[in-house]
Ligand binder design. Structure first.
Ligand SMILES: [Zn+2]
Ligand SMILES: [Zn+2]
Length: 142
């Protein structure tokens, strides 16, 4: 399967090994792997890669479908990205600047500044689900 993080690589050559080892090489790789973990509902991985100072006690399963990730900028401690999701019939766009730090020599997610806005795909846009079809002929079909 193609990796959910939109790298264009196969899952086995992208976020799969990071999920297995829980050891990302950089903040961007960790961020991608955490996005993929949300998409695949790997809650244990998300908790394991959360900095102990900000980690929630548990994560609730939810119905969000994560459709597309775009990384705008990344450096040694932060990653700025946009993530498109669908929650029931509503589409949304999460824009976040996430902060990362190392803990026990592993990269972890600390916190982030995020903004969620409404988003509606255009009918003639390529569908966000990656099918290659137009939105109106795919997930946007009535
Ligand atoms: Zn990936
Ligand atoms: Zn679609």
């Amino acid at each position: 399967m193609r990796c959910p993080c939109c790298s264009g690589l196969a899952y086995e050559n992208c976020c799969g090994p990071v999920h297995a080892t829980q050891n990302a090489a950089s903040p961007e790789q960790l961020m991608r792997s955490r996005y993929s973990a949300y998409a695949l509902k790997k809650w244990a991985y998300l908790l394991a890669t959360w900095h102990s100072s900000t980690r929630p006690a548990e994560l609730q399963d939810d119905n969000s479908q994560w459709l597309k990730l775009v990384i705008h900028h990344s450096d040694n401690h932060t990653v700025e990205f946009s993530a498109y999701f669908k929650d029931g019939v509503q589409y949304g766009l999460l824009h976040e600047i996430s902060n990362f730090a190392q803990e026990n020599t592993h990269w972890t997610y600390v916190d982030g500044t995020c903004k969620v806005s409404n988003f509606k795909p255009e009918r003639n846009d390529e569908c966000l689900c990656g099918s290659g079809k137009k939105f109106k002929k795919c997930c946007g079909a009535a």
